[in-house]
Design a protein around this ligand. Sequence first.
Ligand code: PLP
Length: 408
Amino acid sequence: MPNIFPPELVKRIVRRTGTPVYIYSQKKILQNLNSYKKAFSALEPLFCYAMKANSNGAVAGLLAKNGAGADVVSGGELYRALKAGFEPGKIIFSGVGKTAQEISYALRSGLLFINVESLEELRAVEAAAAGMKVKAPVSVRINPDVDPHTHKFITTGTLGTKFGVTFSEAGRLYAIVAASRHLRAVGLHFHLGSQIYSPKPYLLALSAAGKFIGSLEQKGVKLSYIDIGGGWGVKEGGGMLPPALLAGAVHRELNGLKDLRLILEPGRSLVASAGALVVKTLYRKTSGAKNYIITDGAMNDFIRPALYGARHPVTALEKRKGPDVKFDVTGPVCESGDFLAREARLPLPRRGGLLLILSAGAYGFSMSSQYNSRPRAAEVLITGPRSWRLIRRRETRRDLIRNEIQIP
Ligand SMILES: Cc1ncc(COP(=O)(O)O)c(C=O)c1O
């Protein structure tokens, strides 16, 4: 088990919170941010944390306090980012489907810029800005058609996905911005996908973006930011790939774009390795040749294995003697796709034994739901070798029906 989760401390936490519970290591989150800062120190980029990875205010607030900005993709995330303490001037708003209400909220908040993803959206931003008598700072999201070689659900930078616009369409959008009294072009953005294991896709996209920015300059459009998105990979069950690998390559490719400030939008790589989901073994059973460990955590708590086939290592809190047994870790949800891990190999846990699903700090709680009417899990931040804080209470049965309206 990674030493960021001392077993005695985890037991103490569970005695107070019950299971399932997400635990996050403050130390590891800060280590991840610092390794990005160190690797990119020569470029002094702005790191805009992708709130979607883990939007708990205590986690986001930690990053805000340590200088990060935020990348948000909804009015709700913008609200959370402001509440967590991110400076509005360090927040960017991405996503293909911003509503008029969300756009006005963003403009009122005074954020750094809005990443625009279509002509119609640009017109909506212009209309909102005109209504408010302001000049909206925008950046166009390019779809550079570069394959990041990752799962198809998390590929966003190839043509045929719903994200961004082609360079030729972007040329038309920047011309509209230049001619508008209510728009101001400040940047160019791309985000290629998630779990990218090589700097190469970033370099291909950056090189094409560099040429395009050169052509914009010839037309008198001068940008201030180049935003290369997030997506830097995290090894299965391990930490992020060394950010120096990405930094070195980006540094070389940015040579021609020295006047632009670099922005990165890391999500997963900052928080994944800092988190684990702790679940309790309810029952052990076999079905045909398969062994199952049925826990009180399920796909509603952690959907990544079911949705993407993501593999997360499992470890037992108490070391047990005995031969390793191969088993799937599943939960009570009534779906055959409900599993937290497949083919784990450990001595058979006892009933009541605690298991940790590792590397679950990103897209874990933030993608959780109440499916099967299961109240959402609690969240805890480990703040020191022996200290921790509850950062989200476990939901109750009342929470399940809180917003329903009874018909007499
Ligand atoms: C626009 C944008 N930026 C950043 C991210 C973060 O990606 P990751 O968590 O892989 O770093 C995402 C993820 O979907 C995204 O859509």
